[in-house]
Design a protein around this ligand. Structure first.
Ligand code: FAD
Length: 684
């Protein structure tokens, strides 16, 4: 959508309005869109204009937080670092970090080694090593070797913070969210009871004011959070802590790995980081007294402080202020607890709900999302009143619907396929590796932290059963109503009358086109009609076509992941039909398990809640204990043979053969609509 289209769309009510286009807002926006909410993201300037483009560029666990005893923050950060390294490979990259030891240092190899062992254990790997002075100087030749006794090398990661924000926003958009920048939220709109019902914003381009309605407004404005909260009568809670960096050209300050040292003036940890052809030195931690409307900038004393630090540690480089290419500063959104030393304030996030204005702030770039199964907070009194949920109930992070479905089916390994016969039909597996079953379509994160949910979907899945019922089964609907039974039970009898293969009637369920797969011109088809065919043949062909499409998905996943699917579970509403189960078994030629609970997605969410509430130590144990097989279906060799031949010789060739004709149909009729051209369907 272009800006005009988005502005026109603003008038329609939203489920969630997220204010603030930094990493926090981007993360909330993406998750809101993923959960299927109508989600709007608003940013007053460029996306990532705030603190999220002015960070130290490190995706890190924060060794400093470990030293301060902030175990929970460090654990969360390390786990998130590992996840981001996998999910954003290429954008978030691993980086070596060095720390030198000097004679008379408080820091001993023993102390740091112990800390790093804990740090590594949190990442489930051992990845640090002690270096003697000679080896340390080989790694960082310009380091002051006077009194150097050695050092340690460990692993963290770095990123391009602004690009990361843009990527997360794009993910939210691809999930149906709408993001708009250069719109400043000026007012939180409330109803008569004082409950938030939307925002009033100013379009900075057209200078127009617009009111937008939303059920929930998320205040993800970082260090600006108090501005919106004050409109709800809340007193300020943020402590604005400025951090500044110096930038040197890398030819003047060459460095292959990052280094952290203790500043001679106050023993604070300062880092030097090679990044995109420059060397960054940071950072400071001082109270920021200026207006947030002004660009934050480095003070003279911060510049001197950082320069002193590098001069002391890299004396041979003779760095002076003239070597500084540039500087940048950002303001940390930190919750004020009144600590005398700003660096001692916690970097944990908070969530406050003020009558429908939910403020999410604090935290770090690294920890912008929550792993499934982790406790996010508790149901507040107000949320209890609105939802009927008991106050104080823990709120546990879940996962996407399909990721929960796979978990609720007990499929945690890459050889265990999970078919979900819902409105959309899917076949998914869990994988430790990032694999795109359809190139350039990223997999979702799995409900199992650190893994991916490789998914293949047929968008119009059991939606087609409803379509059939509405279009062709009015008689069955009437009879079902008379008998007081579900129409599906009569359809089940219909299917049983038709032999496997539907007497040559074959259906391809591409009832809606796909951007990358099957293609924008795609159409569904039913081929092979003859005088013998009746409605029941069409219905059986429809079910068979859906299962063929799942087999197609299986082959794609296997080809790309290189792991054969040897076990299969089926869940979702469609799994309640014995006929559907038998067709699945015969098309896949595998014994297939029907899950005991057909709503496996809900069960998966319950598994995460059970882990987050401490009932089970981990997701694997909970999945083992909480999932059950309903029944197992075995293949019938005669049907297997028919389906195998039809799939290989007809179904898998159909789309390629018909594609040229689909393109002609699309050009002639304008359906499916060609982006940028209006449809002409012969209907005025
Ligand atoms: C110097 C420094 C170094 C750091 N280094 C690291 C690091 O190495 N690793 C790490 O993990 N973290 C680091 N952090 C912390 C991290 O950068 C922040 O925690 C994070 O970027 C905060 O993101 P945010 O989305 O909450 O805030 P922001 O990025 O500031 O986003 C808030 C957005 O809201 C917008 N906004 C405000 N008011 C309105 C309004 N009324 N209407 C519309 N939009 C509005 C702003 O323009 C802004 O873009 C560092 C922070 C600093 C300052």
């Amino acid at each position: 959508m272009n800006r005009e289209e988005i502005l026109a769309e603003l008038k329609k009510p939203w489920d969630i309005i997220v204010v603030g286009g930094g990493i926090t807002g981007a993360g909330v926006f993406r998750e809101g869109a993923r959960a299927g909410f109508r989600c709007l993201l608003l940013e007053q300037r460029d996306f990532a204009w705030g603190t999220s483009s002015r960070s130290g560029k490190m995706v890190h666990g924060g060794l400093r937080y470990l030293a301060q005893g902030q175990i929970k923050t460090t654990w969360h950060s390390v786990r998130e670092r590992e996840k981001l390294l996998r999910e954003y490979a290429g954008m978030v990259e691993s980086m070596g970090f060095l720390v030198p030891y000097y004679e008379f240092d408080r820091l001993t190899p023993y102390l740091l080694g112990a800390g790093l062992t804990v740090y590594d254990l949190m990442a489930f790997r051992y990845d640090h090593s002690q270096l003697d002075a000679v080896n340390f100087v080989m790694q960082i030749p310009a380091i002051d070797s006077h009194g150097l006794t050695g050092g340690v090398r460990f692993r963290d990661a770095r990123t391009d913070d602004a690009r990361l924000v843009l990527r997360v926003i794009q993910e939210g958009e691809s999930l149906g969210g709408v993001a708009l920048n250069y719109v400043k939220v000026e007012e939180v709109c409330k109803d008569k009871t004082g409950r938030v019902q939307g925002v009033a914003l100013r379009d900075e381009v057209s200078k127009e004011n617009v009111e937008v309605r939303g059920q929930l407004v998320i205040n993800a404005t970082g260090v600006w959070a108090d501005e919106l909260r004050s409109q709800m009568g809340r007193s300020p809670r943020m402590r604005r802590l400025r951090g500044s960096h110096l930038i040197f050209p890398s030819w003047r300050f060459p460095l292959a790995q990052a280094l952290s040292f203790f500043h001679p003036a106050d023993n604070r940890s300062v880092y030097v980081l090679p990044w995109e052809g420059i060397t960054l030195v940071g950072t400071t931690d001082v109270d920021h007294e200026h207006s947030l409307a002004e660009e934050p900038h480095i003070s003279y004393s911060e510049g001197e402080y950082l320069l002193d630090g590098v001069r002391t540690n890299f004396p041979s480089l003779n760095l002076t202020a003239k070597d500084i290419l540039s500087t940048f500063s950002g303001v940390r959104p930190v919750i004020n607890t009144g600590k005398a030393n700003p660096s001692k304030e916690s970097r944990d996030h908070v969530i406050w709900n003020d009558n429908g204005l939910v403020t999410v702030t604090g935290g770090k770039m690294t920890t912008f999302s929550f792993p499934p199964g982790s406790k996010m907070g508790f149901i507040s009194a107000q949320a209890a009143e609105l939802t009927g949920l008991p106050k104080g109930l823990p709120l546990i992070a879940g996962a996407s619907d399909k990721a929960c479905e796979v978990l609720g089916s007990g499929c945690l390994e890459p050889h265990q396929g999970c078919i979900g016969f819902g409105t959309t039909a899917t076949i998914c597996v869990n994988s430790k590796h990032y694999v795109e079953p359809i190139p350039l379509v990223p997999p979702y994160p799995s409900a199992k932290p650190g893994a991916y949910n490789l998914e293949f979907q047929t968008f119009r899945g059991f939606w087609m059963v409803s379509w059939f019922k509405e279009q062709f089964a009015l008689k069955e609907q009437e009879i079902a109503q008379e008998r007081g039974v579900a129409t599906e039970s009569l359809l089940e009898e219909m299917v049983a009358k038709v032999p496997p293969g539907s007497l040559g009637l074959l259906l391809q369920p591409y009832w809606s086109p796909g951007l990358r797969y099957p293609g924008p011109e795609a159409k569904g088809c039913i081929i092979g009609f003859g005088g013998v065919h009746k409605r029941e043949h069409i219905y059986r062909a429809l079910l068979e076509g859906l299962v063929y499409s799942m087999r197609e998905g299986r082959e794609r996943i296997e080809k790309r992941s290189k792991v054969p699917i040897t076990e299969l579970s089926v869940c979702g509403g469609g799994s309640k039909s014995d006929q559907v189960m038998q067709i699945t078994v015969d098309v896949f030629n595998l014994p297939v398990r029907r899950t005991k609970v057909s709503e496996a997605s809900g069960l998966g969410a319950a598994i995460l809640a059970a882990v987050g509430s401490g009932f089970y130590p981990d997701i694997e144990t909970a999945a083992r204990e909480m999932t059950n097989v309903g029944s197992v279906f075995e293949p019938n060799s005669k049907s297997v043979k028919i389906y195998d031949e039809l799939f290989k010789k007809v179904y898998s060739k159909t789309y390629r053969r018909l594609r040229p004709l689909y393109r002609v149909i699309q050009a002639v009729t304008g359906y499916p609509e060609i982006p940028g051209k209006s449809a002409h369907l012969g209907v005025e």
